[in-house]
Design a protein around this ligand. Structure first.
Ligand code: SF4
Length: 353
């Protein structure tokens, strides 16, 4: 990738106590005819021990690519830069595949995958996969592995009488729970859960996210990637919002979901789209990651857009990447362009229209 830019400082936990410190993470996919897809751009954040950070945003905003980058699971045409450091581990972005396979995945970083059916081994029962994973990660004997596998299934609300089924015999929700059980085995210090509530009804959503939250206790950490804001509100300590590959807002969950509410117009729009809030969708669609506009990528959809927004990419300042952020004191649920004020423009060229 041309021209290494100076990465922004990680946002959040004290870098010394951080369980994960991500700095300047960018991912480009090299396509045919010299095209590039800018999937993730200059993302920086810290995750503290005991913390749950929810990474939210619409489909295709780069959340899952970011998770795949942290786990070394990107395809061969990906170009990655930046750093992602564990306290005692390697840089996740530059470690070789042998290190990732033998020392990182499952041991230091667990994954609840977005596509559990593809993640499970099709020719083996759920029980066999759980017991094998327990033995591999903990070194216990067969009898103890059987007990530990049962416990992991129970934690993920996977029914014991389905343990001897093969993945193709499971519904989407059961496959999701089997994958969650596998990810909980070994109690990895960092757990990345990529859309862990897909296919689950609301009761199971709550059970699953509560169990994931428990995983983050005792000094472990949870990075939960989700478009389910209700699930994020239930368990997150902080929320990071991604749009077009960038983090556009990062805030404490209390500030994000309650007053004062998000300051970035897109983040505010995501909340206002919820049925229990204004039920007002954000107009338009996200941009193609291979054809991002100059300036702020949200400009074509933003009610506060001004001239500067179309030329200057806003930096993440005090947790918000916007030239005209919404007023901190605006009540939650207020319309993005209607009642909320602004803190004063961060660029010249006049205010929002
Ligand atoms: S006000 Fe400008 S910088 Fe802020 S989100 Fe809207 S278009 Fe982007």
């Amino acid at each position: 990738m041309a021209g290494k830019a100076q990465p922004a400082s990680p946002i959040g936990a004290d870098a010394v106590s951080a369980l994960l410190s991500v700095t300047g993470l960018s991912v480009r996919f090299r396509m045919r005819q010299g095209r590039h897809i800018h999937a993730v751009t200059e993302v920086s954040f810290d995750l503290a021990a005991g913390e749950c950070l929810a990474l939210v945003g619409e489909s295709g905003c780069g959340k899952s690519v970011l998770a795949a980058a942290l786990l070394g699971l990107l395809p061969g045409n990906a170009q990655v830069r930046g750093a992602a450091l564990l306290p005692q581990g390697p840089d996740l972005l530059s470690a070789d595949e042998t290190t990732m396979a033998k020392a990182v995945r499952g041991r230091q970083v667990g994954l609840v995958p977005q596509s559990p059916a593809a993640h499970l081994t099709p020719v083996r029962t759920v029980r066999a996969q759980l017991e094998e994973t327990v033995r591999e990660l903990t070194g216990v004997r067969r009898a103890e592995a059987r007990t530990a596998a049962l416990e992991a299934a129970e934690r993920a609300a996977f029914p014991a009488d389905h343990l001897d089924r093969h993945p193709h015999q499971l519904s989407g929700g059961l496959a999701q729970r089997a994958a969650t059980a596998l990810a909980l085995v070994g109690d990895a210090p960092l757990l990345i859960a990529d859309e862990p509530t897909t296919g689950l009804d609301r009761d199971l959503v709550e059970h699953t996210v509560d169990e994931l939250r428990r995983h983050a206790e005792d000094g472990r950490g949870l990075l939960m990637i989700t478009h389910d804001l209700a699930a994020a509100e239930r368990i997150a300590d902080r929320v990071a919002v991604m749009y077009a590959g960038r983090v556009v807002e990062i805030a404490s969950a209390a500030d994000f979901f309650g007053p004062p509410g998000p300051r970035h117009p897109y983040a505010r729009g995501l909340l206002n789209a919820l049925p229990e809030r204004e039920f007002t969708p954000i107009p338009g669609n996200p941009p193609e990651l291979g054809a991002l506009p100059d300036g702020c990528a949200f400009a074509p959809r933003c009610t506060r857009v001004a001239k500067a927004c179309r030329t200057d990419t806003p930096a993440l300042v005090e947790g918000t990447a916007c030239h005209f952020p919404l007023e901190r004191t605006a009540p939650a649920g207020a319309g993005a362009g209607a009642t909320a004020g602004m803190t004063g423009p961060r660029v010249g060229g006049g205010g929002p229209r």
